[in-house]
Ligand binder design. Structure first.
Ligand SMILES: NC(=O)c1ccc[n+]([C@@H]2O[C@H](COP(=O)([O-])OP(=O)(O)OC[C@H]3O[C@@H](n4cnc5c(N)ncnc54)[C@H](O)[C@@H]3O)[C@@H](O)[C@H]2O)c1
Length: 268
């Protein structure tokens, strides 16, 4: 039986597309009402429409995780409309600064990626934690990456942020365990979203011969198959299913863990 999330409100950052949308839909299918906080209001509203089609309630808020005022305003709006936040999924994240290619890093990638993937994630958590502590209930699920433990030098800045996400997840888990707050991380493998699509488009623009004139999905899938023991990329729904489980009371004795959903790339 699927984990029951009925009666819960889940806030998903970056829930308007990609993995975030997969998480939103799985949690709604399993009974949760959903708050979607995203940089893109249009994507957040589209996701909300899909949630409402499942007869669940959806709330939206514009949020830039690099701007504390924007985080506070969004959390306040969601709390005033939804009344509670039981589940926080810190999914919003970037592969690099605009124009990154995934084949060479620049100084700007270090700064931009840290601000979104680590500081932004911590700031959203710290905006929601007082509410969870007051209610003595909270499930936090942070999206790390296979890159944390299977890093490549060309995206060392990204891998570093995703390892930092694990450290932060565990710090929160230990600190607030006594207040019935669980904090876990998911390390997804390779999923065909804007994350990879933008990299490919940028590489093509820059004349990278491994991409120019080729079917971008085929290039992605071939590279994924080479490193994934199960021989296939993962999907937003795979990540959603794991997030829904970790956010449920079925996982109430799991905290401070990072769980790979990567087709076997990291085995530890
Ligand atoms: N796609 C993959 O293969 C993969 C693998 C491992 C981990 N991840 C992680 O999964 C998460 C989602 O990635 P995705 O592949 O769905 O990418 P995506 O680009 O499709 O989606 C990212 C989402 O985050 C939002 N976002 C970006 N910056 C934001 C900000 N400053 N404030 C608020 N929202 C912001 C975007 O609007 C978008 O909705 C990221 O944390 C990424 O690092 C992705």
């Amino acid at each position: 039986m699927l984990a029951d999330l009925s009666g819960k409100v889940a806030l998903v950052t970056g829930g308007g597309q990609g993995l975030g949308l997969g998480i939103v839909m799985r949690m709604a299918e399993q009974g949760a009402d959903i708050a979607i906080a995203d940089l893109s209001e249009e994507n957040a509203e589209n996701a909300a429409e899909q949630v409402r089609a499942l007869a669940r309630t959806a709330f939206t808020a514009k949020m830039d995780v690099t701007d504390k005022a924007s985080i506070d305003a969004a959390v306040e709006k969601i709390l005033s409309e939804a009344g509670q936040i039981d589940i926080l999924v810190n999914n919003a994240g970037v592969a690099g600064a605009p124009g990154s290619t995934g084949v060479a890093f620049r100084d700007v990638d270090w700064e931009f990626t840290w601000q979104v993937n680590v500081k932004g994630l911590a700031d959203v958590t710290e905006a929601v934690l007082p509410h969870m502590r007051e209610r003595k209930y909270g499930k936090i699920v942070n999206i790390s990456s296979v890159a944390a433990k299977a890093a490549r030098y060309v995206t060392a800045y990204y891998a570093t942020t995703k390892m930092a996400v694990i450290a932060y997840t565990q710090a929160v888990a230990r600190e607030f365990a006594g207040e019935n707050i669980n904090s876990n991380a998911i390390a997804p493998g390779r999923i065909w979203t804007a994350f990879h699509q933008d990299w490919m488009a940028e590489r093509e623009k820059q004349g990278d011969t491994s991409v120019v004139g080729k079917d971008r999905y085929e290039v992605f899938e071939t590279a994924a198959k080479e490193v994934i023991p199960l021989g296939r990329p993962q999907t937003p729904s795979d990540i959603g299913a794991l997030a829904a489980f970790l956010a449920s009371d079925d996982a109430s004795n799991i905290t401070g863990q990072v769980i790979q959903c990567d087709g076997g790339q990291v085995m530890a």
